[in-house]
Design a protein around this ligand. Sequence first.
Ligand code: GRG
Length: 293
Amino acid sequence: MKELIELVNKKLDEYMPIEYPESIFKAMKYTVTLKGKRLRPVMCLETVSMLGGDINKALPAACALEMLHAQSLIHDDLPCMDNDDFRRGQPSNHKVFGEANAVLAGDALLSFAPQLIIEKSSDLTDIQKLKLVHEFVKFAGAFALIAGQVADIESEKTKDWNNMQKSPEEILDYIHLNKTASLFRLSVRMGAIIANANESVLNELDEFAKKFGILFQIYDDIMDEISTFEEMGKTLGKDVKSGKLTYTTLYGLDEAKKKFSVLFDECYGTIEKYHSEIFKEIANKLKNRILGE
Ligand code: GRG
């Protein structure tokens, strides 16, 4: 996994030159290149690899995934959204570059990422590139990532859950199937397209990524309660303090851990079927932190 992370970091640096007007290119590159886990690009590359494809063909798509993820983090941290001063252990984008530049940096990443897929994926067919960009705009938009963010913001304003069409449990799953799982789905789907996988493999990996997305969000919510700023690189405990709907505020810590355990076993079944050591490494890292070794 370390080698894949280093490869992604090298390509991100290469694909993101600082040009005039420097302020926008610096703001874009700042959040993208801060130390993150690089889960989404690694999951894309590993999907290609475990399906017998060539990861070199997937590097533009993998970097585009990290750019989309960074965009969502930059916008999520803005004062009009989650209002977070820290991200990846450093001041958030708007704290360094100002709000206007942070909004523009997010917008610019969102359009640069598909540009990169089209311009740099010279080893892929036109049909593959079209499919990749289609997947990208679909999962980044109002039918997926943005839907999750909107539902999340609306859930924070909800006072009376009795008058809602859906239960808090359903709304919480809806939020994170869209806000968190969307980018994991996009990662494995893009990997499957690059490896020329058939529809049934793509659908199986898509189902895995939905479950992994919820597993990862339960991990993130539990870590918000049991971890430290140093480990997570962001301000912790805000959600619990504000009574926000999360897996731990809704179910309690013990029940959230049980849900994590059930989903972990389901995800691990798919990982074993595809013999992926890297997916095993990712899943076990999360499990060891939540359930112990
Ligand atoms: C696409 C225009 C447009 C807007 C996006 C702001 C927004 C709408 C969505 C927010 C999505 C978001 C921030 C989801 C949180 C997902 C999550 C658990 C992030 C943490 O991921 P890690 O732990 O982070 O992988 P690192 O820093 O390690 O990469």
